[in-house]
Design a protein around this ligand. Structure first.
Ligand code: PLP
Length: 374
């Protein structure tokens, strides 16, 4: 039988987020060790797990500095005793009062990429903050372009001269590494990114910009690369759980996968070799990964074997999602093994978004871990 239920599934009635604590802890230890060996500061992004308990697992590994993606998330972790927090999202000036209050009780890092934001921070903040200039090395989302030295210099100068703002360095997120299909492509993007950060940093010599740290952070690059030359800090987040997208690009192995969504089977359609599960876009999220044929899939069934999930993207992909329905295409042998009323494990395409749809994790070895809701 392929999709046997584990003990953790026995009383599952609805789509339920399952977490393998041992795998997640192993992922944390291994990334912390890599950062240590590369002599870079490890400032993991907590937006993936958003859990005080999982945060505690990082603490046990010696982590004392974190990244978050919202002011609300920063406040929640500050309330849990974290004192060194970077909000790796462009400053939202509508939240300036909360940001200022937070800066009064923790060592707070902010990201800027515009003069108007720097001017507002300089005029409004009573408490000191660390300020990173966000640099765009090719993702095309936010940041000053790496090849505009004049802009980098003038904005950095503006930061360095403002009383409450401590210029800290240059920060980037190479999110375009998520489009890579192979380890080689990921490495190419990583090497290009750190080269572009070095070029951006070259625009900033002089005492005004000392120290000028370089912070990077995307799970594909941090997982695959060994060389972090010129980098002072890494901020990966997704690596704590990984997912099908990371597996498809070879950024991780099946043994690193730490979360699945357990979903009841509610329909079976042998003529079209599909089943319908209670697990739709509101439980899995609509991000996709690429299967071996280049098809976009929303996830796939994963078999629990020898204490690890063995994903089946080729013969059990999730091919369609509506609000509560998920449609899974099954190879004939798998179709015969799955019945209405079974619980199947779905490996999500992108765990950060999937976890964001749930309020808690059920640990496969027993127990629950809550998420903060930001
Ligand atoms: N830093 C920033 C600014 C991000 O936006 C993200 C993720 O979106 C990360 C770090 C972490 O990257 P990943 O999710 O690939 O681990």
């Amino acid at each position: 039988v392929l999709f046997v239920m584990t003990d953790a599934d026995l009383d599952i009635r609805r789509p339920t987020l399952l977490l393998d604590e041992k795998r997640a802890r192993r992922n944390i230890v291994s990334m912390a060790r890599k950062a240590d060996l590369a002599r870079v500061r490890f400032r993991p992004h907590f937006k993936t797990h958003q859990s005080l308990d999982v945060g505690g697992w990082f603490r046990e590994c010696g982590v004392d500095a974190i990244t978050v993606s919202s002011v609300t998330m920063a406040s929640a972790f500050a309330n849990d005793g974290w004192t060194d927090i970077t909000i790796a999202f462009p400053v939202n000036i509508k939240e300036i009062e909360v940001i200022d209050a937070l800066a009064g009780r923790v060592d707070l890092g902010l990201l800027v990429d515009s003069e108007s934001t720097v001017a507002r921070l300089a005029a409004s903040l009573q408490n000191p903050v660390r300020v990173w200039l966000k640099v765009d090395v090719g993702y095309g989302r936010a940041g000053v372009r790496w090849d505009r030295p004049e802009e980098i210099r003038s904005l950095s100068r503006m930061v360095a001269r403002a009383k409450q703002l401590a210029f800290t360095g240059l920060l980037t997120h190479s999110g375009h590494s998520y489009h890579a299909q192979t380890r080689e492509e990921i490495l190419r993007i990583h090497t290009e990114s750190i080269g572009r950060m070095a070029a951006a940093k070259a625009a900033l010599d002089g005492a005004l910009f000392e120290p000028c740290l370089v912070s990077i952070g995307d799970t594909p690059s941090c997982s695959v690369a060994e060389d972090f030359c010129g980098v002072d800090e890494i901020r990966p987040g997704n690596f704590v759980f990984y997912d099908l997208m990371q597996l498809a690009s070879s950024a991780c192995e099946a043994e690193h996968l730490a979360v699945v969504v357990a979903c009841p089977v509610v329909g079976k359609y042998p003529d079209r070799r599909q089943i319908v599960i209670y697990g739709g876009a509101v439980h899995l999220a609509k991000d996709t990964a690429c299967d071996a044929r280049g098809r976009s899939i929303f996830g796939c069934l994963a078999e629990r074997k020898r204490n690890a999930w063995s994903p089946r993207p080729d013969d059990a992909p999730v091919v369609a999602l509506s609000q509560e329905h998920g449609v899974v295409e099954l190879a004939s042998d798998l179709l015969a093994a799955v019945h209405i009323g079974d619980i199947v494990h779905v490996l999500p395409a992108h765990s950060c978004l999937t976890c964001g749809l749930h309020t808690e994790y059920r640990l496969i070895d027993g127990g629950m871990v809550r998420r903060i809701c930001c």
